[in-house]
Design a protein around this ligand. Structure first.
Ligand code: C2E
Ligand code: CA
Ligand code: CA
Ligand code: CA
Length: 278
């Protein structure tokens, strides 16, 4: 039994070594990718209750063969201290793109940008936002910053002040992934907010049989949002049926593969001009 144990321990060691090596490789690739500007914004349409495109969420993509998705590379950018630089560039670019779309398409108003808690910790963050808004001409009220739940963010004074200043400018704040992990009710107590984004895990299966419990949860979330004076955006809408249910429950805005997958800038521009939505 002892020998058996040490063999499996050795195998375990080898696996850890392999994982470490893979991480080292990825860390190197991600640093190169920043200098090569391989990170680009994609856009997923956000529609109103009458299914018109009223905005888009910018989602980062790493454009390289076999590149990992954001769930993997964003933590990597954060660990490598690169998220500030990449996030700032992204913010600047998508605000300028949104300003153009807004001129081309009257209904298009809002650009939503995900912000890492690490960016919020940066003193200059508010000024970066102000700069991008000024140079693009986009009104502050057209910018929505999506704050993702995380271990890092807590009721820190400096972060709180920054969020309050942004809101004073007219920028709107959305609490992302509401209802999951760290994005809990307690955030509603201290965070200045305008929008709740219901996490897709509550939305995906709404139209399935025996979804009574999910429907009850979503209904309750929307009631909380309304009581707090917040708008509700539902993400993860994959079917017409779920879109209908979410509207019935009172969501203000809808987002999901049923309407569109995240698109490159050109494809999004084309979609805006055709404005064909299911
Ligand atoms: P998120 O902010 O919750 O973004 C929504 C995710 O759901 C996106 O995944 C989107 O592609 C996906 N999604 C949209 N509609 C549907 C649907 O109908 N069904 C399903 N199953 N999924 C749908 P994505 O693009 O892989 O992004 C993953 C996460 O990475 C994002 O989650 C966000 O937390 C983070 N992220 C993406 N871009 C950025 C960024 O520029 N900055 C930061 N800090 N985080 C980002
Ligand atoms: Ca988001
Ligand atoms: Ca989300
Ligand atoms: Ca998320």
């Amino acid at each position: 039994a002892r020998e058996h144990g040490s063999t499996s321990l050795r195998r375990f060691d080898a696996e850890i070594a392999e994982q470490l090596e893979r991480r080292k490789q990825l860390a190197m690739r991600v640093r190169q990718a920043v200098t090569r500007q391989e990170f680009v914004a994609f856009f997923q349409p956000i529609v109103s209750r009458d299914y018109r495109i009223v905005g888009a969420e910018a989602l980062l993509r790493w454009q390289a063969p076999d590149a990992p998705g954001p769930a993997e590379f964003i933590p990597l950018l954060e660990e490598q201290g690169l998220i500030r630089e990449v996030g700032r560039q992204m913010l600047h670019d998508v605000i300028h793109t949104a300003a153009r779309w807004r001129h081309e398409q009257e209904a298009f108003q809002n650009i939503s940008v995900n912000v890492s808690p690490i960016q919020l910790r940066e003193e200059a963050f508010v000024n970066h936002v102000i700069d991008a808004l000024k140079t693009s001409g986009l009104p502050a009220s057209c910018l929505i910053l999506e704050i993702t739940e995380s271990l890092y963010i807590s009721a820190e004074k400096a972060v709180l002040n920054r969020l309050a200043r942004l809101r004073q400018l007219g920028v709107r704040l959305a609490l992302d992934d509401f209802g999951t992990g760290y994005s809990a009710l307690s955030y509603l107590q201290w965070m200045p907010l305008d929008i709740l984004k219901i996490d897709k895990s509550f939305v995906l299966k709404l139209a399935e049989e025996h979804a009574e419990r999910d429907i009850t949860i979503v209904r309750a979330i929307i009631q909380i949002a309304q009581a707090c004076g917040l708008d509700v955006t539902a993400e993860g809408i994959e079917s017409a049926e779920v879109a209908r249910i979410m509207c019935e429950l009172g969501a203000h805005c809808l987002q999901g593969y049923h309407f569109s997958r995240p698109l490159g800038e050109e494809a999004m521009t084309a979609l805006l001009h055709s404005s064909a939505m299911p």
